[in-house]
Structure formats: structure tokens, C-alpha cells
Design a protein around this ligand. Structure first.
Ligand code: ADP
Ligand code: 5SP
Length: 475
């Protein structure tokens, strides 16, 4: 038998850094490490390096031949001419650039003009809006900025700076497409849009091909291009036509592989690029798994307790609905919104109903994103549900009903990390396609089809939609 070859994938996400070491042929996870990131929407990139170092301590990367990094998308990492950090990174969930987003949209001539340019409508999450905020609020930092990179670009470069082999900053199509100054329509930068935001164009990372090397360390470890975390998850899951991913991490992300741009001037679906050379239309909420932790906290219980309570309530929580905009919201674009509990009466004011409303509210918000993808021509044959909150029993009960599609839960795993590792294996072995790695399923959940069930499910969606419309006048 030939010797086993090892590759590693990193998921440097909002809440933590997870590193998986996989068998390059089969994708089997051999070992893994993790470390926490600090909370907050403004974080020094140095923390990501500290967490990566901690997660890979004690020889985790021994004998690893190639590595790639998947990272939280959009974060603005500013570097001076010596590549030192100018300021803390502003993350995807930092909403201070909401006014900048509005200004940029109107200055270019409206949402359609942005869709024509980069297939995305800027919202506070996107890097271009953070650059405008920097120019308007921190002129000295804006002037010191020589290069702008994304979280995964920074960690990839830092690995090479530390271990030898750094040849300049790099990125990939997937993550670059989340800046709004790189276009998946033309596969090229739109530095005029960066200049519009920041007042001048600065250095940007070189965009590598899907299986191109970012570098090789002194010890001979190949470093892949890496990608955004959602593009990494798509690679890790090996999506087939009809698959739509609903990822319930800090963010709620809904996406599918596509062979063409989507062009959504309503701004629900962003026209991102995939890590394999195609498109990855994606709708993303700021509020997902942490709605459940907040709900549990409110009820004085833990996540298992929240599950028990939610499962003891009837669908629709006896009329109680939650608009889950606890951290503001991005999809729909309501950066200043807060959470709203609607339909509260003395009769329905129970812990069970409140727990149910948290689960249903989080999922109704994401169901709107699934519908937006459907409206843009995505065929939804089944939903692949991943991310921390996919482990919740109540989420598993409610998801197929509210999303209106069969839901499969892959065997629990770090799919962003596995996707990055699959990219690393691809870079190592070459070839037109990434290596075939099988994904096993833990469970398949069919939506109930009885008349009463369907009426209940429709009711859950419509009471949520009524509350939303009443307060904000839109989906
Ligand atoms: N059984 C569970 N029920 C609900 N939420 C869970 C459960 N297990 C983990 N989570 C939540 O999942 C989140 C982490 O998921 P993850 O996909 O790793 O997020 P991220 O990639 O954004 O860091 C945390 O907010 C955690 O509370
Ligand atoms: O902004 C987006 C996608 O557009 C988020 O999905 C981030 O990429 C962060 O993801 P998680 O930390 O929740 O995995």
C-alpha cells in the first residue's frame, strides 16, 4: 500500500479557527485542532494568527504536504507599506458602513448599476463600503493604507511570511467577489469602484486560479489559494445540481452552485464567484445560530433546554413571531433594525412559545433567502443544512417545514475546513477537477405533507411575513 498523503484546511471563521487534517485521497479527517476568536465586529487580525497557532500546536501539521485557508468573507484588513496592520479589521457583521453603502449605491446610479458592474448591490457587509467609511471617518488611517486584503488572504500570506515562501499578497475569485471591487462578470478588479470608495486605488492581492499555489514554505508545504468560508463549504460538500446549502453559523448563509451570474438588483442574492471557477449566488443574514443562544439566555436555559421548550410548543407558537434582527440585518437590508416579538398575548406568553418563535423566526428569515434564490432560477431539490445550529433538534424539526424542501444534514463535520483541505489536495495533485471526496449524510428530513401540516407551515410563514410587512413594508 502507498503512503498516505496528508493535506490541511483552515476555517478562520467569525467565532473560531478550526484546522482539519485530511487524507488527500479519501478526504477522511485524520485529526483536528481549534481555538476561539474574540467576540466583536472589529478585531485585530493578529488574533486570527494567534488562534491559528494555537489550533495547529502540538504537531497538528506534521507531515502535511499542502494547506489552504477558508475565511470569513468581506472583512477589511488594511496594511501599510511595510505590511503592518493599520487598524483592527472591520468584519462582515459590522454595520457602521450602512450610510456609506447607501451613498455608494446612489452615486453610481442605483442598484442596477452595481449589478451591471459587479453583480452585487453593496450593503454594510461588503468591503467597498468599509473603505468609504474609513475615508470618511479615519482620514489618517485611510492615507496610511497601502494594501487592502481579506481575512483569508491575510492568514494565507501570514503563513508564508512566517514559514518562508511569501511572494506577495494573494486571494481567489470566491473571496475577491465579496469586495464589490472585483467582478465575477469579468473576472477582473474594478479599481475604479475602489477609488470611488476610498478616494484612490491602493494595492490589492493577486487573484489566483482555483488550484494555483500561493506559495511553498521552506519546509516544502504547498499553500493553496484559499477562499471565502462559504465557497469553502461548497467545495467541502461537493454540491450537485439542485443542492442548496443553508449554513447556520454566526451568519445564516444560503447558496448554490450556478453556471451564470444572477443579477439581483433587489440585493437579496449576491453574485459571488465559487472556488471552482463558476458562480455561487448567495444570500446571507447577520442573525442565525446566535439567535438561539440569545433565546436560551433570555429563557435562563442552555441550547438543549431551548430545544426541549421549542419542541413542546405547537407550530406557529400560538401566534408569537420573532423578527430575529438582533444584530441589525443585512438580508433584508435593515442595518439599524432590532429584534421584534410580535403577537404577544397573555395566553401565549410561555417559555415554550418564546423558544419556538426563536427557532421559527431564525428559519423564516432564511426561508425568504431560499425563496429569493428560487426566484433567481435556482432549482431547490434539497437543502443541505450545515453549521453549528444544524445540530439543534428543534431546528431539524422546523427547517423542512419552513424551508418547504427536504433537508439533509451531512454527518457533522467542519465543511469549510474540509473544503479548504480539498482545495489543498487539488493544488497538490493538479488536474482539471478537485479530487472526489465522498460526503456522508447523518439524516434526511422530509417536510410533512398532510393538509393540517401544510396549513400550519403556511401560517408560520404568513404570520412572520405580516409582522415584517407591518414594520418594514417589505419582505
Ligand atoms: N446544538 C446546537 N444548537 C444550537 N446552536 C448550536 C448548537 N451547537 C452549536 N451551536 C452554535 O453554532 C455556532 C457556531 O457554529 P459555526 O458554524 O462553527 O459558526 P462560525 O463558522 O460562524 O464560527 C455557535 O453560535 C453555537 O452556539
Ligand atoms: O458575510 C458572509 C457571507 O457573505 C458570512 O457568511 C461570513 O463569511 C461569515 O461567516 P461565518 O463566520 O458565519 O461562517
Amino acid at each position: 500500500m502507498g503512503q498516505r498523503r496528508l493535506v490541511a484546511g483552515v476555517d478562520s471563521s467569525t467565532q473560531s479557527c478550526k484546522v482539519v487534517v485530511c487524507d488527500a485521497d479519501s478526504g477522511a479527517v485524520v485529526r483536528m485542532g481549534r481555538a476561539a476568536h474574540p467576540d466583536g465586529t472589529e478585531v485585530s487580525a493578529d488574533h486570527w494568527w494567534t488562534a491559528y497557532t494555537e489550533a495547529t500546536a502540538d504537531g497538528l501539521l506534521d507531515d502535511v504536504e499542502a494547506i489552504a485557508v477558508g475565511g470569513q468573507q468581506h472583512g477589511m484588513v488594511t496594511l501599510d507599506e511595510d505590511d503592518a496592520l493599520v487598524r483592527d479589521a472591520l468584519l462582515w457583521n459590522d454595520t457602521r458602513s450602512a450610510d456609506a453603502a447607501r451613498d455608494l449605491v446612489s452615486e453610481l446610479g442605483g442598484a442596477q448599476a452595481w449589478v451591471d458592474a459587479v453583480d452585487c448591490v453593496p450593503v454594510a457587509s461588503f468591503t467597498v463600503t468599509k473603505l468609504r467609511w474609513l475615508a470618511e471617518h479615519e482620514a489618517a488611517n485611510a492615507r496610511r493604507t497601502h494594501t487592502v486584503v481579506l481575512p483569508h488572504d491575510w492568514l494565507t500570506g501570514r503563513i508564508l511570511q512566517q514559514a518562508g515562501g511569501f511572494g506577495g499578497w494573494t486571494t481567489d475569485r470566491g473571496d475577491a467577489s465579496g469586495t464589490c471591487y472585483w467582478s465575477a462578470l469579468t473576472d477582473d478588479y474594478r479599481l475604479d469602484l475602489m477609488e470611488r470608495a476610498l478616494g484612490r486605488a491602493v494595492e490589492v492581492p493577486r487573484v489566483l486560479g482555483p488550484a494555483e499555489r500561493a506559495g511553498v514554505t521552506d519546509s516544502g508545504m504547498v499553500v493553496g489559494p484559499g477562499t471565502g468560508d462559504n465557497m469553502g463549504a461548497a467545495l467541502g460538500l461537493g454540491l450537485r445540481p439542485g443542492d442548496v446549502v443553508v449554513s447556520l453559523g454566526t451568519s445564516g448563509a444560503v447558496f448554490a452552485e450556478h453556471d451564470a451570474a444572477v443579477g439581483d438588483a433587489d440585493g437579496y442574492v449576491a453574485g459571488f464567484a465559487s472556488a471552482t471557477g463558476g458562480h455561487l449566488p448567495l444570500a446571507c443574514t447577520l442573525n442565525a445560530a446566535r439567535v438561539l443562544t440569545a433565546g436560551a439566555h433570555l429563557l435562563g436555559t442552555d441550547l438543549a433546554g431551548l430545544d426541549r421548550l421549542a419542541l413542546a410548543a405547537e407550530p406557529g407558537a400560538d401566534g408569537l413571531s420573532l423578527l430575529p434582527y438582533l444584530d441589525g440585518e443585512r438580508t433584508p437590508n435593515l442595518p439599524d433594525a432590532t429584534g421584534t416579538l410580535g403577537g404577544l398575548t397573555r395566553a401565549n406568553a410561555t417559555p415554550e412559545n418564546l423558544a419556538r418563535a426563536c427557532v421559527e423566526g431564525m428559519l423564516c428569515n432564511l426561508a425568504n433567502s431560499v425563496d429569493a434564490l428560487r426566484e433567481k432560477g435556482t432549482h431547490v431539490e434539497r437543502v443541505l443544512m450545515i453549521g453549528g445550529a444544524s445540530q439543534s433538534a428543534a431546528v431539524r424539526e422546523v427547517a423542512p417545514r419552513v424551508l418547504g424542501a427536504p433537508v439533509v444534514v451531512p454527518t457533522p463535520g467542519e465543511y469549510v475546513g474540509v473544503g479548504a483541505a480539498r482545495q489543498a489536495a487539488w493544488v497538490l495533485t493538479g488536474g482539471e477537477e478537485p479530487p472526489r471526496w465522498d460526503v456522508s449524510l447523518e439524516t434526511e428530513l422530509e417536510p410533512p405533507s398532510g393538509r393540517v401540516d401544510l396549513e400550519q407551515d403556511e401560517h408560520v410563514r404568513s404570520q412572520y411575513a405580516d409582522l415584517q410587512r407591518g414594520l418594514y413594508g417589505k419582505r
